[in-house]
Design a protein around this ligand. Sequence first.
Ligand code: NI
Length: 173
Amino acid sequence: MTIRPILIHPDPRLKRVAEPVAAITPELRRLADDMLETMYDAPGIGLAAPQIGVGARLIVMDCARKEGEAPRPMTLFNPEVVWASEERSVYEEGCLSIPEQYADVERPAEVRVRWLDPEGRVAEEHFTGLWATCVQHEIDHLNGRLFIDYLSPLRRQLITRKMEKLKRDRARG
Ligand code: NI
């Protein structure tokens, strides 16, 4: 498995709508494994293919992080929210493409999501709590949407300027 570089906002590749996966090939399974490796290394709880510059509808996540809880790596191809609760909840979100910036985002508290697993089987699950927030955040990435798009234009602009500076500093070394 290979750790892939994660794109930092702003980047046009983070704003594109990703293409559905037509068939789950060994290459795509390898890509998913690389994404999990990259996510755990970061460390993070979710990662979407556009964040490593791949425009395919693929996300990985693992929100099992309570003391003593077994890891639960999940790979979701073509994930789709098929039901969302009226009840909403607020979580302080962050993003591996927007390092060290956090903000409260309100979303449906629970969602039902359908996807294809790495073997190409249809899977469906009801997500609550952090898992529900994470899966919605990652599916947003497939639609070119970042968590800062939920914030005020001013706040978004401030964060974007910080990221531009971070990228300039990193480029200088
Ligand atoms: Ni993110």
